[in-house]
Design a binder for this molecule. Structure first.
Ligand code: DLL
Length: 438
């Protein structure tokens, strides 16, 4: 295991390491970042008074709006001379947030991604096809540097040009791939159309993340490629990929706790919840130099997996992310995330892993329609079977999630495919309102 000592600290050792880093961090951000100095002063917090992990509860939160207000560089804690790279968050709405890395940050990031690859069984002998986008998005370069750090071979394909992806997979002796799960599905689908059987290739493992995905989708990807799929988690504000990763046990994302302090907080009260209870994931970066963040509210919802992992790592595990609080739907009082709908859909054999959840307004009420593609094997022109399958999907959603929604089967190939993060939610509510105003 890479960095075995750091990944296998006892709870007591971890607390000591984290408390020491947290103490130094508070002093550092107080002295170097206006946003934090103001927050500390406002709440009358003396940075020197933060001495234990538990003391974190008295610290102020950081939210996306703080980063927006600091656009582009005002929350950097290091001089621009020391910043060697910037990335930004994917930001679907409004101003993006910009993050900066010092050389030490990049080295740390590469090491943490290498840990994730190592946990997936990768070695220097592996050949990694990196199909995450390169650019301001952290996926491509994050996986790239991690691969090189491990000593494996990086093929920087980036996202897109799916036929070429398949050619490279076939010709370059690729043993591992890194992509969003939805792009992996598109690659598999395209390979099938081209008559390429991915299972015959030497590829053995895949590192998939950057968006929520269900275990049902994992099974489909594993089957199509003949590989073992590993989840990888992260966000640009905190680092990029590599904040957490799965090991062979596939029972949660090991958080790199020697660099990040994780809290799970009640979404309403922001009080800590017990292990095993769902809440908002909040991170404090313990070692970042470029843009250290205190108690950053990710809006991701998950919980800590209780107990020890059989792999030997002692780092706490975060259950795979169910979704973001922004994406949570409330359907007649029931809270549902798109990934939960995905899990149900993919258990229905007659539909394909391509779906969208369309929100619109019906009078004053929100209306939800689940659109899912029919499996290409099923004849779309046969009305009887369409009705039957629609009812199967409706019943499955009703029994698994207790929601009753409209289901619309659509023809194979009609839902837009994604070469990066899939857009599962289509929100037409505001568009309609705007339409009404005009
Ligand atoms: O998506 C970083 C990344 C790249 C992670 C490649 C893994 C692989 P952002 O673009 O800033 O960064 O988006 C971060 O994506 O807050 C989650 O909502 C979501 N997300 C990331 N990884 C996962 C995952 C990258 N494994 C946001 N499962 C996060 C579910 C994920 N959601």
């Amino acid at each position: 295991m890479l960095d075995e000592r750091e990944q296998c600290l006892s709870r007591e050792e971890r607390d000591v390491v984290q408390a020491d880093l947290l103490h130094k961090l508070c002093r550092h951000v107080y002295d170097h970042v206006d946003t934090y100095r103001k927050k500390f002063d406002e709440f009358d917090i003396d940075p020197a008074s933060i001495n234990t992990v538990g003391d974190i509860a008295s610290l102020p939160f950081t939210v996306k709006d703080d980063l927006r207000a600091a656009y582009p560089y005002k929350m950097f804690a290091a001089p621009m001379d020391d910043i060697v790279r910037v990335h930004s968050s994917s930001g679907t709405t409004g101003q993006v947030s910009v993050v900066g890395y010092t050389q030490r940050d990049l080295d740390m990031w590469s090491r943490l991604v290498a840990r994730a690859l190592d946990a997936a069984g990768a070695t220097a002998a592996d050949i990694m096809q990196i199909s995450y986008g390169y650019g301001l998005f952290t996926g491509g370069l994050g996986l790239h540097y991690g691969t090189e750090h491990l000593g494996a071979t990086a093929i920087p394909v980036s996202g897109g040009n799916t036929q070429r992806q398949i050619q490279i997979l076939r010709d370059f002796g690729v043993t591992g791939i890194a992509a969003t799960p939805s792009y992996a599905v598109l690659i598999a689908e395209t390979a099938q159309k081209l008559g390429v059987d991915l299972r015959e290739l030497p590829i053995r493992f895949g590192i998939f993340g950057a968006e929520p995905w269900s275990n049902a989708l994992r099974a489909q990807i594993e089957e199509a490629f003949g590989l073992e799929a590993f989840d990888i988690y992260g966000l640009s504000e905190i680092l990029g990929p590599g904040v957490g990763f799965e090991c062979h046990e596939h029972d949660g994302l090991h958080i790199n706790e020697d660099h990040f302090l994780i809290e799970i907080l009640d979404t309403e009260t922001l009080a800590p919840v017990a292990d095993g209870t769902y809440g908002e994931v909040v991170f404090t970066t313990l070692t970042k130099e470029g843009i250290p963040l205190l108690r950053y509210r990710t809006r991701d919802i998950s919980r800590i997996v209780a107990g020890d992992c059989a792999c030997g790592r002692t780092t706490r595990r975060l259950e795979r992310i169910t979704g973001r609080s922004d994406d949570m739907l409330i359907i007649r009082g029931v809270n549902v995330y798109p990934s939960q709908i995905e899990q149900v859909l993919l258990d229905v054999a007659q539909v394909a892993p391509h779906y969208q959840i369309v929100l619109s307004k019906k009078g004053a009420l929100d209306d939800v329609e689940v659109r899912v593609e029919l499996d290409p094997q099923v004849d779309f022109d046969e009305i009887r079977s369409l009705e039957r399958i629609t009812n199967i999907v409706k019943d499955a959603l009703a029994s698994a999630l207790a929601i009753s929604v409209r289901v619309k089967l659509v023809e194979s190939g009609t839902i837009t495919r994604s070469e990066g993060k899939a857009q599962r939610l289509v929100d037409l509510r505001n568009a309609e309102e705007e339409g009404e105003k005009r």
